[in-house]
Write a protein that binds this ligand. Structure first.
Ligand code: G4P
Length: 528
């Protein structure tokens, strides 16, 4: 096998999806520990405190070095290379999260055993489903009293509409937690609180009849386990690789991230079964990771360490071929060739200049305002990857300047921030307003802060009579023109120059749709 193929097949690129507080940060940290990427628990933790308040978030973003590096964490585990893509942790729902999910090959869902399936998890699962992303599940906080495991699996199946195949099964919960049983390995792993478990220092019994097991967990717990297993094996789904890969079935692990319990069993199974990089669609054809020529797309742009220089990093997911330092790439949207000498890689332990990167990897391209989310890079072929959406905002504000002379700076700032995906930006056809759209309300605070900090613009945002937006398409040029004339009051142009319907009310939107059946109203816009 060529080294390109070998490197491709050992990549595992994924993201963790969860409702806030289910344990994503804690689990991330444990995974990094196993990957040897960090030496001590606590290193990841520090940065998440910021989530709850805007002011904290901003202070945190000032230390951009941390947030940029931790957006992508690469670590080796056994013979695999794992790329963990962080989804932003703000309490506010964010479009960024959605776009990160377009760049992964699989996802890991974390559920709090006391809370079960929560609202954000449901939303994120909807996104995973759009691309049939394979999902593994970790039910966390077993060291606390939670709902019964059967009830939890039922809830996942009915609320999220995905079959569950338990791979480990808890023996007790809360204070009575004794361990987990691994269904495929037929092993009992004993929970010994206070230990930082790795495979080496946890006690393992092979099979339910292993000598010493009964003493270790007690007769009652063992009998209970036998009964439960009988029940579960009859009532639940067995693990089937093809169903998992098709996004129809999720393998489920139980554990306690904070105690590092059950985590390695999950990771072992993950690196073995989670998919290697998969093929991806472009407008013209499917691109296979095995192809020799480099292709990739940008799914995220983030301000870098030094705001004074407006330096930003564009995160590109490699889809095929090999990136090597110094190579030339074609940015297909602009049809410009660029030489990329100093892309960043994201070994979790260290940020360094990357020499080569393979499908599944993410590289950071320095961006001076020329790269947009959704951009495709190739070695010359004119293709564009699809499926990196903009979502119709649900919140709108009109930007007002304190100093009218700063209009140019404001426009430039808004254009750049919308390019990064920090906000969306619309100009009505019939007025000079600058209208911002967001999916979460925190986005406005962030934009106001960054306009001031990075562009020296003091702007305020005031309410505006728009409730939602739809991108407008029509194959019939004449009908489109008619529509434009009739609805000019409610039309605008987005930052990419696309026509958008800015609806003052839901009823108005519905009427407009009914009156112009030839026009498509789309709630998402594909980049590119
Ligand atoms: P998130 O990133 O999904 O938001 O969750 P995070 O890992 O920050 O965990 C949320 C809280 O749950 C943290 O407590 C964390 O310590 C706790 N936690 C995570 N895993 C487990 C577990 O297995 N068992 C128990 N009992 N708790 C767990 P916190 O009080 O918010 O923070 P901290 O002060 O404990 O660090």
């Amino acid at each position: 096998m060529s080294s390109h193929l070998q490197e491709t097949h050992r990549r595992r690129t994924f993201a963790i999806v969860s409702h806030p507080d289910a344990g994503k940060t804690t689990l991330t940290e444990k995974l990094l520990l196993f990957g040897g990427a960090i030496q001590m628990a606590g290193s990841v933790k520090g940065r998440k405190a910021a989530r709850h308040a805007t002011s904290d978030w901003m202070a945190l973003e000032k230390e951009r070095g941390i947030s940029v590096t931790s957006s992508v964490m690469q670590f080796p585990y056994e013979d695999k290379i794992v790329n963990l893509l962080d989804t932003p942790g703000h309490a506010d729902f964010s479009e960024d999260t959605y776009r990160v999910l377009t760049a992964v090959d699989s996802a890991l869902m974390v559920i709090d055993c006391a809370k079960g399936v929560e609202e954000r998890t449901i939303k994120l699962m909807e996104v995973c489903r759009l691309r049939d992303t394979p999902i593994m599940t970790f039910i966390n906080k077993l060291d606390r009293e939670g709902r019964s495991p059967v009830e939890l699996l039922d809830e996942v199946e009915s609320v999220l509409g995905i079959a569950c195949a338990p791979l480990t099964w808890p023996i007790g919960m809360g204070k009575r937690l004794k361990g987990v049983y691994h269904m495929l390995l037929d092993e009992v792993h004993i929970f010994e609180p206070g230990k930082n478990f790795t495979r080496q220092d946890s006690t393992i019994f092979k099979g339910l009849d292993a000598p010493g097991l009964e003493e270790a967990i007690g007769t009652e717990a063992l009998n209970e386990l036998r009964e439960e297993l009988e029940l579960v094996q009859g009532a639940s789904h067995p693990f089937e690789l093809d169903k998992y890969l098709a996004g129809k079935l999720t393998p489920v692990f139980f554990g306690s991230a904070v105690n590092n319990f059950g985590v390695q069993l999950l990771l072992d199974f993950f690196v073995e079964h989670a998919p290697a990089p998969r093929s991806r669609n472009t407008l013209g054809r499917e691109v296979k990771p095995e192809e020799e020529k480099l292709t990739g797309f940008v799914f995220k742009i983030q301000a870098n360490m030094d705001p004074a220089h407006r330096d930003r990093v564009a995160f590109m997911r490699v889809c095929s071929g090999t990136y090597t330092a110094g190579m030339k790439m074609l940015q297909t949207r602009t049809n410009k060739e660029v030489r990329i000498a100093n892309a960043l890689t994201f070994m979790a332990s260290d940020r360094e200049i990357v020499e080569s990167a393979y499908p599944g990897d993410v590289i950071g391209l320095h961006n001076h305002g020329t790269i947009s989310i959704g951009d495709t890079f190739t070695e010359g072929e004119a293709i564009s990857f699809t499926g990196i959406p903009n979502f119709a905002p649900e919140l709108f504000r009109r930007a007002r300047l304190r100093d009218p002379l700063k209009m140019k700076a404001l426009q430039k700032g808004l254009a750049q921030l919308s390019e990064e995906g920090a906000t969306q930006f619309f100009r009505p056809l019939m007025s000079n307003d600058l209208i911002l759209g967001a999916v979460g309300v925190l986005q406005f605070d962030v934009v106001a802060y960054r306009l001031k900090d990075e562009y020296g613009v003091d702007a305020t945002f005031e309410p505006v009579g728009v409730v939602t937006a739809r991108w407008i398409h029509c194959d019939d040029a004449k009908k489109l023109e008619e529509f434009r004339e009739k609805n000019a009051m409610n039309l605008g142009i987005d930052a990419a120059g696309e026509l958008v319907y800015l609806a003052p009310t839901r009823v108005n939107l519905q009427l407009a749709q009914e009156r112009s059946p030839a026009v498509r109203f789309s709630a998402t816009r594909e980049h590119a």
